[in-house]
Ligand binder design. Structure first.
Ligand SMILES: [Zn+2]
Length: 75
């Protein structure tokens, strides 16, 4: 990736590109918020992201089970 800075190493020949970038995206009160993290930050907070992913998976599973239980009881 190239940035907007002139005389940056990413404009050199051969170019030394930036990145890869990690984007931390989440939805807060209906608004998508995004932050770019450095590789070091992404690494440091990886357990948080793993936990968040696990939580979302469990929530989805809970919803599916609830729906199934509801159907079994009501249909
Ligand atoms: Zn650059």
């Amino acid at each position: 990736m190239r940035c907007g800075k002139t005389n940056c190493r990413c404009k050199a020949e051969p170019p030394v590109l930036h990145g890869p970038y990690w984007h931390w995206t989440r939805t807060i009160a209906g608004k998508t918020q995004s932050r770019t993290l450095t590789a070091e930050q992404a690494d440091r907070y990886q357990p948080w992201f793993d936990n968040a992913r696990r939580l979302r998976t469990l929530l989805t599973e809970l919803e599916e089970r609830s729906l199934r239980a509801f159907r079994d009881a009501e249909d």
